[in-house]
Design a protein. Structure first.
Length: 98
Protein backbone atom coordinates (compact mmCIF):
# COMPACT_ATOMS: atom_id res chain seq x y z
CA UNK A 1 0.00 0.00 0.00
CA UNK A 2 2.17 2.85 1.28
CA UNK A 3 5.75 3.06 0.13
CA UNK A 4 8.40 4.51 2.44
CA UNK A 5 8.81 7.51 0.10
CA UNK A 6 5.11 8.33 0.25
CA UNK A 7 5.10 8.13 4.03
CA UNK A 8 7.61 10.99 4.14
CA UNK A 9 5.17 13.33 2.34
CA UNK A 10 2.35 15.03 4.25
CA UNK A 11 -0.87 13.06 3.90
CA UNK A 12 -2.65 15.99 2.25
CA UNK A 13 0.08 16.09 -0.45
CA UNK A 14 -0.24 12.35 -1.02
CA UNK A 15 -4.00 12.71 -1.50
CA UNK A 16 -3.63 15.67 -3.86
CA UNK A 17 -1.10 13.70 -5.92
CA UNK A 18 -3.49 10.74 -5.96
CA UNK A 19 -6.24 13.06 -7.24
CA UNK A 20 -4.09 14.59 -9.97
CA UNK A 21 -2.73 11.18 -11.01
CA UNK A 22 -6.11 9.40 -11.09
CA UNK A 23 -8.52 12.08 -12.28
CA UNK A 24 -8.26 14.17 -15.42
CA UNK A 25 -7.82 17.40 -13.49
CA UNK A 26 -6.80 20.59 -15.24
CA UNK A 27 -5.03 21.79 -12.08
CA UNK A 28 -1.82 20.92 -10.28
CA UNK A 29 -1.46 19.58 -6.75
CA UNK A 30 -0.46 23.03 -5.49
CA UNK A 31 -3.66 24.58 -6.89
CA UNK A 32 -5.90 22.32 -4.78
CA UNK A 33 -6.68 23.88 -1.38
CA UNK A 34 -7.00 21.48 1.54
CA UNK A 35 -10.47 22.83 2.37
CA UNK A 36 -11.70 23.30 -1.21
CA UNK A 37 -15.03 21.60 -1.97
CA UNK A 38 -14.63 18.78 -4.49
CA UNK A 39 -18.23 18.69 -5.74
CA UNK A 40 -20.96 21.26 -6.35
CA UNK A 41 -20.98 25.02 -6.98
CA UNK A 42 -17.68 26.81 -6.36
CA UNK A 43 -15.86 23.50 -6.13
CA UNK A 44 -13.08 21.71 -7.94
CA UNK A 45 -15.82 20.48 -10.30
CA UNK A 46 -15.58 16.73 -9.79
CA UNK A 47 -18.41 14.47 -10.97
CA UNK A 48 -19.75 11.02 -10.10
CA UNK A 49 -17.15 9.24 -12.24
CA UNK A 50 -14.41 11.14 -10.38
CA UNK A 51 -16.01 10.09 -7.08
CA UNK A 52 -15.88 6.42 -8.07
CA UNK A 53 -12.26 6.76 -9.17
CA UNK A 54 -11.37 8.44 -5.87
CA UNK A 55 -13.05 5.67 -3.87
CA UNK A 56 -11.02 3.04 -5.73
CA UNK A 57 -7.77 5.04 -5.48
CA UNK A 58 -8.19 5.65 -1.73
CA UNK A 59 -8.80 1.94 -1.20
CA UNK A 60 -5.75 0.91 -3.26
CA UNK A 61 -3.43 3.53 -1.80
CA UNK A 62 -4.48 3.61 1.85
CA UNK A 63 -6.83 0.66 2.39
CA UNK A 64 -9.68 3.11 3.04
CA UNK A 65 -13.00 1.34 2.46
CA UNK A 66 -15.94 3.61 1.63
CA UNK A 67 -18.93 1.28 1.97
CA UNK A 68 -21.85 3.34 0.65
CA UNK A 69 -22.92 6.65 -0.94
CA UNK A 70 -23.58 8.29 2.45
CA UNK A 71 -20.03 7.51 3.58
CA UNK A 72 -18.66 8.72 0.24
CA UNK A 73 -20.53 12.01 0.60
CA UNK A 74 -18.94 12.49 4.02
CA UNK A 75 -15.39 11.43 3.11
CA UNK A 76 -15.16 13.05 -0.34
CA UNK A 77 -15.99 16.62 0.69
CA UNK A 78 -12.43 17.97 0.53
CA UNK A 79 -8.79 16.98 0.88
CA UNK A 80 -9.17 17.65 4.62
CA UNK A 81 -12.09 15.22 4.92
CA UNK A 82 -10.16 12.51 3.07
CA UNK A 83 -7.11 13.10 5.30
CA UNK A 84 -9.32 12.71 8.39
CA UNK A 85 -10.80 9.45 7.07
CA UNK A 86 -7.37 8.01 6.26
CA UNK A 87 -6.04 9.02 9.69
CA UNK A 88 -8.86 7.07 11.35
CA UNK A 89 -7.59 3.84 9.78
CA UNK A 90 -3.89 4.71 10.01
CA UNK A 91 -3.40 5.63 13.67
CA UNK A 92 0.37 5.63 13.15
CA UNK A 93 0.04 8.75 11.00
CA UNK A 94 1.44 11.64 12.96
CA UNK A 95 -0.85 14.61 13.77
CA UNK A 96 1.32 16.92 11.67
CA UNK A 97 1.05 14.71 8.55
CA UNK A 98 -1.36 17.13 6.90
Amino acid sequence: MLSWNRMEQPLSQQIKKLMVDNLMLQVTESEIADDQALFGPGSLGLDSVDALQLVVALDKSFGLKIPDPAAAKEVLQSVNSMVAAVRKILPAASPDSR
